[in-house]
Design a protein around this ligand. Structure first.
Ligand SMILES: [Zn+2]
Length: 219
């Protein structure tokens, strides 16, 4: 029995190896030269690693952390931005962006909101909501990211002044009226969809309570 199981595992491992090898051979690389010694074309070593044939330097492709927020006003409307640059120019999104070194997720989300919309949201307003994988086209390569999404309650969006370089306009909509098919990133649309589920019907009561620890985003 144990031998059979082992054999089965061996077979699936072999298939997996084959699949990985195939992925490697087709995997585009953002590294055209070794970043240490300059030798051309570091070679794929695994799904997430390229190695320099000359010096062995290892180049990794791992998720880049990004932070964003569902900013909700007292009327229950969520702040949505229309993107002012590529990727996704003219499409919808949540305020957010790539984290900087030394920042917490809350600090990154607050900074991005301030930069993109002019709104100052205090750090204590941010509550973890969900995390979702995403992809971001940057300098001809699709990088994996991990989006840290927060829920932040504010009294109003008064004073929001979009930065024209970043954002074409901002919209304040009840979560269930947000057009999810117009988003640049599926992770942002999924976050709004989960918020809409929470704010619909019986869950409405939950959102009226400031204690967001009672909210279960994954249900
Ligand atoms: Zn090298």
């Amino acid at each position: 029995m144990a031998t059979k199981k082992y054999a089965a595992n061996r077979e699936s491992d072999a298939l997996l190896d084959e699949k990985r090898a195939s992925m490697r051979s087709h995997m585009p690389s953002p590294f055209h030269h070794c970043t240490r010694c300059g030798t051309a074309e570091p070679r794929p070593h695994s799904e997430r690693e390229f190695r320099c044939a000359a010096c062995g330097h290892r180049h990794f492709i791992t998720p880049i952390p990004a932070a964003g927020a569902l900013v909700v006003d007292a009327a229950g409307r969520v702040l949505i931005i229309r993107r002012g640059h590529e990727p996704g120019l003219g499409l919808l999104g949540l305020p957010g962006g790539v984290m900087e070194a030394g920042e917490t997720g809350e600090q990154a989300a607050a900074r991005e909101i301030r930069e993109e919309t002019g709104l100052d949201v205090p750090l204590e307003a941010f509550q973890p909501f969900c995390t979702l994988p995403n992809q971001y086209l940057f300098q001809d390569f699709v990088w994996p990211t991990i989006d840290l999404i927060y829920l932040a309650r504010v009294e109003s969006f008064d004073g929001a002044q979009p930065d024209a370089a970043e954002v074409q306009e901002w919209l304040a909509l009840p979560p269930h009226e947000v057009p999810l098919d117009q988003f640049a990133f599926p992770s942002n649309a999924e976050s709004v969809r989960r918020l809409a589920l929470l704010t619909s019907s019986s869950s409405q009561l939950l959102l009226k309570i400031n204690d967001v620890s009672t909210i279960h985003p994954y249900q």
